[in-house]
Design a binder for this molecule. Structure first.
Ligand code: SAH
Length: 275
């Protein structure tokens, strides 16, 4: 059943009839950045299973009797392990409920949405995906940094800076090779020094502009701009908190100065980040 057909709360299905799971992108933080389709799915949900990155304000779209389950997932800290999330989704769907799995940003970008979809498919549970505004798009819009630009960047890469312990490190040679590509690092705040050093070691100029955007699109947004050579030092000295994105590339020079403070050198104190 498409979400359009679910505008009104669906009655509980007869037992034995599998429910349906919608993996819904909540957008990057500003609760107005969810899609209309996402809101419709929330309105029709019997159960909502949500992450910490998904704005709590979005739960206001749900029926008062909705079952709300926080799985408290945030940048590597999972209060419910991934298997537990799969088990919850499966159990509620098997009980014949409309289940919304509300995930920060877009469900298919670094959110383990793919794993959840596969776990549901394996059990024969119908699953639909409702996309969301990913953090890169949200933060770019909120700071006036176009991720691509005819003269400056012909492409953009979305990269997980934080790798699982047994994973190999990124292909820094390839990342540093294309000067006409914007690089957006997710989960990178604690790895900022490493990101800056590896890119420079592999040939990217230390004068390449970089922006750090924390809590983008929310009332707590803080953004600071610096040169690649200063990235580690600026990340250490600036009081930025997670969630935070690192944007590397010439397009960062176009950032709106009213929204992004500029830390000009390693020595100078980092200016207050504008909201
Ligand atoms: N599925 C999400 C990403 C989940 S991974 C999406 O599409 O956006 C979590 C990482 O996303 C964080 O560590 C951070 O790097 C980034 N992120 C999410 N929301 C953000 C925000 N409002 N501001 C800055 N970065 C954000």
């Amino acid at each position: 059943m498409p979400p359009d057909a679910m505008m009104n709360a669906a009655p509980p299905m007869p037992s034995g009839h599998a429910g349906h799971v919608w993996l819904v992108g909540a957008g990057p933080g500003d609760p107005d950045l969810i899609t209309v389709k996402g809101v419709r799915a929330l309105q029709a949900a019997d159960v909502v299973i949500y992450d910490r990155l998904a704005s709590a304000a979005l739960l206001a779209h749900c029926r008062p009797d909705v079952v709300r389950i926080s799985v408290g997932k945030r940048a590597g800290l999972h209060s419910v392990p991934q298997d537990g999330i799969h088990a919850l989704l499966i159990a509620h769907a098997r009980a014949g409920r409309n289940v919304v799995r509300l995930k920060g940003g877009d469900p298919f970008i670094f959110g383990r949405g793919g794993e959840e979809m596969i776990a549901l498919r394996r059990q024969g549970i119908p699953v639909s995906i409702i996309p969301g505004v990913t953090a890169a798009s949200g933060c770019a819009a909120a700071t006036g940094i176009p991720l691509t630009h005819r003269d400056l960047a012909g492409g953009v890469s979305l990269i997980a800076a934080h790798r699982q312990e047994d994973a190999r490190d990124l292909d820094w040679t390839a990342l540093a090779a294309d000067r006409q590509r914007t690089l957006v690092f997710y989960m990178g705040l604690s790895r900022a020094e490493h990101v800056g050093m590896e890119l420079m070691l592999h040939g990217l100029s230390g004068t390449t502009p970089v922006a750090l955007v924390a809590c983008g699109t929310t009332s707590k947004q803080r953004a600071v701009r610096c040169l690649l050579a200063d990235l580690g030092a600026v990340a250490r000295r600036c009081d930025l908190v997670s969630p935070c994105l690192i944007v590397v590339g010439q397009v960062v020079a176009l950032a709106d100065p009213a929204l992004v403070a500029w830390a000009r050198s390693r020595q100078e104190p980092v200016p207050a980040c504008p909201v």
